[in-house]
Design a protein around this ligand. Structure first.
Ligand SMILES: [Zn+2]
Ligand SMILES: [Zn+2]
Length: 373
Protein backbone atom coordinates (compact mmCIF):
# COMPACT_ATOMS: atom_id res chain seq x y z
CA UNK A 1 0.00 0.00 0.00
CA UNK A 2 1.27 3.48 -0.90
CA UNK A 3 1.44 5.79 2.09
CA UNK A 4 2.98 9.05 3.25
CA UNK A 5 4.33 9.79 6.69
CA UNK A 6 5.56 12.98 8.32
CA UNK A 7 8.26 12.32 10.89
CA UNK A 8 9.48 14.96 13.31
CA UNK A 9 12.72 14.25 15.15
CA UNK A 10 14.05 16.34 18.02
CA UNK A 11 17.35 16.10 19.87
CA UNK A 12 20.96 16.77 18.95
CA UNK A 13 20.62 16.34 15.20
CA UNK A 14 22.27 19.38 13.63
CA UNK A 15 25.77 19.19 12.26
CA UNK A 16 26.09 15.46 12.83
CA UNK A 17 25.25 14.21 9.35
CA UNK A 18 21.62 13.59 10.19
CA UNK A 19 20.05 14.84 6.95
CA UNK A 20 22.47 12.82 4.76
CA UNK A 21 21.75 9.81 6.96
CA UNK A 22 18.01 10.23 6.35
CA UNK A 23 18.68 10.71 2.65
CA UNK A 24 20.62 7.45 2.39
CA UNK A 25 17.89 5.61 4.35
CA UNK A 26 15.21 6.94 1.99
CA UNK A 27 17.22 5.96 -1.08
CA UNK A 28 17.87 2.51 0.39
CA UNK A 29 14.16 1.89 0.96
CA UNK A 30 13.05 3.44 -2.37
CA UNK A 31 11.13 6.21 -0.66
CA UNK A 32 10.52 9.74 -1.95
CA UNK A 33 9.91 12.97 -0.04
CA UNK A 34 12.14 15.45 1.76
CA UNK A 35 14.13 16.22 4.88
CA UNK A 36 14.66 19.65 6.42
CA UNK A 37 16.17 21.20 9.54
CA UNK A 38 13.78 23.66 11.07
CA UNK A 39 13.37 25.29 14.42
CA UNK A 40 15.64 22.93 16.23
CA UNK A 41 14.17 19.77 14.81
CA UNK A 42 14.28 17.73 11.63
CA UNK A 43 11.12 17.31 9.59
CA UNK A 44 11.00 14.32 7.26
CA UNK A 45 8.29 13.44 4.78
CA UNK A 46 8.51 9.99 3.22
CA UNK A 47 6.29 8.31 0.67
CA UNK A 48 6.25 4.78 -0.65
CA UNK A 49 5.32 1.25 0.34
CA UNK A 50 4.00 1.10 3.90
CA UNK A 51 6.34 -1.76 4.82
CA UNK A 52 9.37 0.14 3.54
CA UNK A 53 8.37 3.22 5.54
CA UNK A 54 8.09 1.12 8.70
CA UNK A 55 11.57 -0.32 8.14
CA UNK A 56 12.99 3.12 7.53
CA UNK A 57 11.51 4.53 10.75
CA UNK A 58 12.93 1.61 12.69
CA UNK A 59 16.42 2.11 11.27
CA UNK A 60 16.20 5.82 11.88
CA UNK A 61 16.39 5.31 15.62
CA UNK A 62 18.41 2.09 15.61
CA UNK A 63 21.37 3.29 13.53
CA UNK A 64 21.47 7.07 13.73
CA UNK A 65 24.89 8.78 13.34
CA UNK A 66 27.23 8.34 16.34
CA UNK A 67 27.31 12.03 17.28
CA UNK A 68 23.54 12.44 17.17
CA UNK A 69 21.22 12.03 20.13
CA UNK A 70 17.55 11.54 19.41
CA UNK A 71 15.17 12.74 22.11
CA UNK A 72 11.87 12.19 20.39
CA UNK A 73 10.36 10.84 17.15
CA UNK A 74 6.79 11.79 16.29
CA UNK A 75 5.05 10.36 13.24
CA UNK A 76 1.82 11.34 11.55
CA UNK A 77 0.14 10.00 8.42
CA UNK A 78 -0.32 12.64 5.73
CA UNK A 79 -1.90 12.52 2.27
CA UNK A 80 0.68 11.47 -0.39
CA UNK A 81 1.94 14.29 -2.62
CA UNK A 82 3.55 11.81 -5.06
CA UNK A 83 7.09 13.16 -4.96
CA UNK A 84 9.38 11.98 -7.74
CA UNK A 85 12.51 11.82 -5.59
CA UNK A 86 13.90 12.38 -2.12
CA UNK A 87 15.46 15.79 -1.51
CA UNK A 88 17.35 17.58 1.23
CA UNK A 89 15.78 21.00 1.69
CA UNK A 90 17.63 24.09 2.93
CA UNK A 91 17.41 24.80 6.66
CA UNK A 92 14.65 27.14 7.69
CA UNK A 93 16.14 30.45 8.78
CA UNK A 94 14.15 31.36 11.85
CA UNK A 95 14.62 29.64 15.09
CA UNK A 96 12.25 30.04 17.98
CA UNK A 97 13.53 27.13 19.99
CA UNK A 98 17.18 26.49 20.54
CA UNK A 99 18.49 23.61 18.45
CA UNK A 100 21.16 21.51 20.08
CA UNK A 101 24.45 21.92 18.28
CA UNK A 102 26.74 18.94 18.64
CA UNK A 103 29.85 19.49 20.73
CA UNK A 104 33.20 19.44 18.96
CA UNK A 105 34.32 15.90 18.26
CA UNK A 106 37.73 14.30 17.97
CA UNK A 107 38.93 13.43 14.47
CA UNK A 108 37.29 10.14 13.38
CA UNK A 109 38.91 6.94 12.14
CA UNK A 110 37.93 7.53 8.49
CA UNK A 111 39.49 10.99 8.50
CA UNK A 112 42.61 9.72 10.26
CA UNK A 113 43.02 7.13 7.56
CA UNK A 114 42.92 9.79 4.84
CA UNK A 115 45.17 12.00 6.93
CA UNK A 116 47.79 9.22 6.97
CA UNK A 117 47.52 8.35 3.28
CA UNK A 118 50.17 10.12 1.16
CA UNK A 119 47.98 9.80 -1.94
CA UNK A 120 45.02 11.53 -0.32
CA UNK A 121 44.52 15.22 -1.04
CA UNK A 122 44.12 15.88 2.68
CA UNK A 123 47.29 14.02 3.65
CA UNK A 124 48.56 15.55 6.91
CA UNK A 125 46.12 18.43 6.60
CA UNK A 126 45.60 19.77 10.15
CA UNK A 127 41.96 20.75 9.54
CA UNK A 128 40.60 17.54 8.00
CA UNK A 129 37.03 16.85 9.18
CA UNK A 130 33.74 15.26 8.08
CA UNK A 131 30.12 14.96 9.20
CA UNK A 132 31.24 12.61 11.97
CA UNK A 133 34.07 14.68 13.42
CA UNK A 134 35.66 18.08 13.82
CA UNK A 135 34.61 21.37 15.33
CA UNK A 136 30.93 22.25 15.71
CA UNK A 137 30.06 24.30 18.72
CA UNK A 138 33.18 26.45 18.73
CA UNK A 139 32.81 27.55 15.09
CA UNK A 140 29.08 28.33 15.31
CA UNK A 141 28.41 32.07 15.14
CA UNK A 142 24.66 31.74 15.04
CA UNK A 143 21.96 29.21 14.27
CA UNK A 144 20.92 27.31 12.26
CA UNK A 145 24.16 25.38 12.00
CA UNK A 146 25.00 26.02 8.34
CA UNK A 147 28.31 27.02 6.80
CA UNK A 148 27.53 30.73 6.25
CA UNK A 149 26.82 31.06 9.97
CA UNK A 150 30.05 29.44 11.05
CA UNK A 151 33.52 30.91 11.14
CA UNK A 152 34.26 28.71 8.09
CA UNK A 153 31.86 30.86 6.05
CA UNK A 154 34.72 33.10 4.93
CA UNK A 155 36.54 30.22 3.23
CA UNK A 156 35.17 29.57 -0.22
CA UNK A 157 35.05 25.85 -1.01
CA UNK A 158 37.20 24.68 -3.92
CA UNK A 159 35.35 22.72 -6.66
CA UNK A 160 36.41 19.34 -5.21
CA UNK A 161 35.24 20.18 -1.69
CA UNK A 162 32.03 21.64 -3.09
CA UNK A 163 31.26 18.45 -5.00
CA UNK A 164 31.75 16.41 -1.82
CA UNK A 165 29.63 18.86 0.16
CA UNK A 166 26.80 18.64 -2.35
CA UNK A 167 26.85 14.88 -2.93
CA UNK A 168 24.25 13.26 -0.63
CA UNK A 169 26.15 9.98 -0.74
CA UNK A 170 29.51 11.47 0.19
CA UNK A 171 30.62 11.20 3.82
CA UNK A 172 31.23 14.96 3.80
CA UNK A 173 27.77 15.82 2.52
CA UNK A 174 26.83 19.05 4.30
CA UNK A 175 29.86 18.82 6.60
CA UNK A 176 29.85 22.55 7.35
CA UNK A 177 33.58 22.91 8.17
CA UNK A 178 34.64 20.93 5.05
CA UNK A 179 37.95 22.16 3.65
CA UNK A 180 41.25 21.05 2.18
CA UNK A 181 44.76 22.46 1.75
CA UNK A 182 43.56 24.28 -1.37
CA UNK A 183 40.64 26.15 0.14
CA UNK A 184 40.80 25.95 3.93
CA UNK A 185 42.80 27.42 6.80
CA UNK A 186 46.56 27.04 6.94
CA UNK A 187 49.10 27.14 9.72
CA UNK A 188 51.85 29.71 9.97
CA UNK A 189 54.74 30.00 12.35
CA UNK A 190 55.34 33.54 13.60
CA UNK A 191 57.90 35.05 15.86
CA UNK A 192 56.57 37.20 18.67
CA UNK A 193 56.92 40.36 16.58
CA UNK A 194 54.41 38.89 14.12
CA UNK A 195 56.94 37.94 11.45
CA UNK A 196 56.19 34.71 9.57
CA UNK A 197 58.95 32.18 10.06
CA UNK A 198 57.43 29.28 8.12
CA UNK A 199 54.13 27.88 6.89
CA UNK A 200 52.20 24.64 6.59
CA UNK A 201 54.31 21.51 6.99
CA UNK A 202 57.41 23.58 7.65
CA UNK A 203 55.61 25.33 10.51
CA UNK A 204 54.73 22.00 12.07
CA UNK A 205 58.25 20.72 11.54
CA UNK A 206 59.63 23.83 13.19
CA UNK A 207 57.31 23.43 16.15
CA UNK A 208 58.11 19.76 16.65
CA UNK A 209 61.78 20.53 16.37
CA UNK A 210 61.55 23.09 19.15
CA UNK A 211 59.51 20.76 21.37
CA UNK A 212 62.02 17.96 20.93
CA UNK A 213 64.74 20.42 21.95
CA UNK A 214 62.95 21.03 25.23
CA UNK A 215 61.12 24.23 24.32
CA UNK A 216 57.55 25.00 25.42
CA UNK A 217 54.89 25.44 22.72
CA UNK A 218 51.48 27.04 23.00
CA UNK A 219 48.96 25.15 20.85
CA UNK A 220 45.56 26.57 20.16
CA UNK A 221 43.13 23.71 20.54
CA UNK A 222 39.38 23.75 20.69
CA UNK A 223 38.39 26.58 22.97
CA UNK A 224 41.77 27.96 23.93
CA UNK A 225 45.52 27.57 24.14
CA UNK A 226 47.47 24.74 25.66
CA UNK A 227 51.05 25.02 26.76
CA UNK A 228 52.89 21.95 25.56
CA UNK A 229 56.28 20.39 26.21
CA UNK A 230 57.98 17.01 25.91
CA UNK A 231 56.88 14.99 28.94
CA UNK A 232 60.28 13.29 29.21
CA UNK A 233 62.27 16.51 29.61
CA UNK A 234 62.28 17.43 33.28
CA UNK A 235 63.87 20.84 32.73
CA UNK A 236 61.06 21.78 30.29
CA UNK A 237 58.44 20.66 32.83
CA UNK A 238 60.17 22.71 35.51
CA UNK A 239 60.12 25.87 33.33
CA UNK A 240 56.50 25.24 32.42
CA UNK A 241 55.59 25.04 36.10
CA UNK A 242 57.44 28.29 36.80
CA UNK A 243 55.73 30.13 33.95
CA UNK A 244 52.35 28.86 34.98
CA UNK A 245 53.03 29.55 38.62
CA UNK A 246 51.96 26.00 39.33
CA UNK A 247 54.67 24.40 41.41
CA UNK A 248 53.00 21.19 42.58
CA UNK A 249 49.63 20.38 41.06
CA UNK A 250 49.57 17.40 38.69
CA UNK A 251 49.88 18.08 34.94
CA UNK A 252 47.96 16.14 32.29
CA UNK A 253 49.72 14.44 29.42
CA UNK A 254 48.72 13.56 25.87
CA UNK A 255 49.92 10.40 24.14
CA UNK A 256 49.44 9.48 20.50
CA UNK A 257 47.48 6.26 21.00
CA UNK A 258 45.84 3.95 23.45
CA UNK A 259 48.79 1.57 23.10
CA UNK A 260 51.14 4.34 24.17
CA UNK A 261 48.94 5.10 27.17
CA UNK A 262 49.19 1.43 28.17
CA UNK A 263 52.97 1.74 28.35
CA UNK A 264 52.63 4.14 31.28
CA UNK A 265 49.40 3.22 33.04
CA UNK A 266 47.11 0.38 34.07
CA UNK A 267 43.97 0.74 31.94
CA UNK A 268 40.76 -1.22 32.35
CA UNK A 269 37.97 -1.58 29.77
CA UNK A 270 35.90 1.31 31.12
CA UNK A 271 38.91 3.64 31.19
CA UNK A 272 39.76 2.57 27.65
CA UNK A 273 36.27 3.44 26.50
CA UNK A 274 36.44 6.82 28.26
CA UNK A 275 39.79 7.71 26.72
CA UNK A 276 38.50 7.12 23.21
CA UNK A 277 35.19 9.01 23.48
CA UNK A 278 34.69 11.78 20.88
CA UNK A 279 34.93 14.35 23.68
CA UNK A 280 38.41 13.03 24.60
CA UNK A 281 38.28 13.64 28.34
CA UNK A 282 41.36 13.61 30.56
CA UNK A 283 41.20 10.28 32.39
CA UNK A 284 43.06 9.88 35.66
CA UNK A 285 44.86 6.51 35.54
CA UNK A 286 47.03 4.45 37.83
CA UNK A 287 50.71 4.68 36.94
CA UNK A 288 52.47 1.39 36.24
CA UNK A 289 55.07 0.39 38.77
CA UNK A 290 57.79 0.80 36.14
CA UNK A 291 56.30 3.94 34.56
CA UNK A 292 59.23 5.77 32.93
CA UNK A 293 57.64 9.24 33.06
CA UNK A 294 59.28 11.85 35.32
CA UNK A 295 57.90 12.08 38.83
CA UNK A 296 57.50 15.86 38.40
CA UNK A 297 54.40 15.40 36.19
CA UNK A 298 52.27 14.34 39.16
CA UNK A 299 54.52 14.74 42.21
CA UNK A 300 53.76 12.36 45.06
CA UNK A 301 50.80 10.75 43.30
CA UNK A 302 50.31 7.19 42.06
CA UNK A 303 48.07 8.45 39.24
CA UNK A 304 48.44 10.53 36.10
CA UNK A 305 45.88 12.35 33.91
CA UNK A 306 46.03 11.18 30.29
CA UNK A 307 44.19 12.24 27.15
CA UNK A 308 44.40 11.13 23.54
CA UNK A 309 44.77 13.58 20.62
CA UNK A 310 41.54 15.13 19.39
CA UNK A 311 42.56 17.47 16.60
CA UNK A 312 44.53 16.38 13.53
CA UNK A 313 47.15 18.96 14.49
CA UNK A 314 47.77 17.09 17.74
CA UNK A 315 48.71 14.00 15.74
CA UNK A 316 51.27 16.01 13.81
CA UNK A 317 53.04 16.95 17.03
CA UNK A 318 54.01 13.34 17.74
CA UNK A 319 57.03 13.16 15.47
CA UNK A 320 60.78 13.15 15.94
CA UNK A 321 60.79 10.90 19.02
CA UNK A 322 58.13 13.04 20.70
CA UNK A 323 56.05 10.32 22.33
CA UNK A 324 54.33 12.00 25.19
CA UNK A 325 53.43 15.66 25.73
CA UNK A 326 52.58 17.62 28.83
CA UNK A 327 49.47 19.70 28.06
CA UNK A 328 48.11 22.39 30.28
CA UNK A 329 45.82 25.33 29.63
CA UNK A 330 47.77 28.47 28.84
CA UNK A 331 46.15 30.64 31.47
CA UNK A 332 47.91 31.51 34.67
CA UNK A 333 46.72 29.45 37.61
CA UNK A 334 43.20 30.33 38.64
CA UNK A 335 42.38 32.46 35.58
CA UNK A 336 39.85 31.47 32.86
CA UNK A 337 41.12 29.72 29.75
CA UNK A 338 42.68 31.96 27.13
CA UNK A 339 40.62 31.88 23.95
CA UNK A 340 41.68 34.94 21.97
CA UNK A 341 42.69 34.54 18.38
CA UNK A 342 45.94 36.33 18.87
CA UNK A 343 47.88 35.31 21.90
CA UNK A 344 47.53 37.77 24.71
CA UNK A 345 50.52 39.68 25.99
CA UNK A 346 50.40 37.40 28.96
CA UNK A 347 50.77 34.36 26.74
CA UNK A 348 53.42 36.06 24.64
CA UNK A 349 55.41 36.66 27.77
CA UNK A 350 55.65 32.89 28.12
CA UNK A 351 56.56 32.31 24.49
CA UNK A 352 59.14 32.93 21.88
CA UNK A 353 57.58 31.93 18.56
CA UNK A 354 53.92 31.86 17.56
CA UNK A 355 52.21 29.60 15.10
CA UNK A 356 48.92 30.80 13.81
CA UNK A 357 46.60 29.97 10.98
CA UNK A 358 44.29 32.07 8.97
CA UNK A 359 41.41 30.93 11.13
CA UNK A 360 39.23 28.18 12.10
CA UNK A 361 38.64 30.97 14.60
CA UNK A 362 38.36 29.54 18.02
CA UNK A 363 39.67 26.27 16.78
CA UNK A 364 43.25 25.27 16.53
CA UNK A 365 44.51 28.16 14.56
CA UNK A 366 47.53 29.00 16.48
CA UNK A 367 50.30 27.77 18.51
CA UNK A 368 53.45 29.25 19.74
CA UNK A 369 56.75 28.14 21.08
CA UNK A 370 58.70 29.26 24.04
CA UNK A 371 62.41 29.29 24.15
CA UNK A 372 64.10 28.53 27.38
CA UNK A 373 63.74 31.65 29.45
ZN1 LIG B 1 35.88 12.54 10.20
ZN1 LIG C 1 38.90 22.31 -0.86
Amino acid sequence: MYEALRIIVTGRIQGVGFRPFIYSLAVKHHLTGSVQNNRGRVTIVVEGEAAAIRKMVKELTASSPPLSKIDQVNTEQVPPAFYQQFTILRSEETSDSLPLVSPDAAVCEDCLEEFSDPTNRRYRYPFINCTQCGPRYTITKRLPYDRPYTTMGEFEMCPLCRSEYENPLDRRHHAQPICCPRCGPAIKLFDLKGKVISEDHEAIKGAVNQISQGKIAAVKGIGGYHLVCDAFQTSAIKRLRQKKNRPQRPLAIMVKSLDDAKKYCEINKLEEEMLTRPARPIVVLKKKADCPLPESISPGLSTIGIMLPYTPLHYLLFEKNVECLVMTSANLSGRPISYRERPSEELASMCWIIIETSTFPSMIQSFSLTAAA
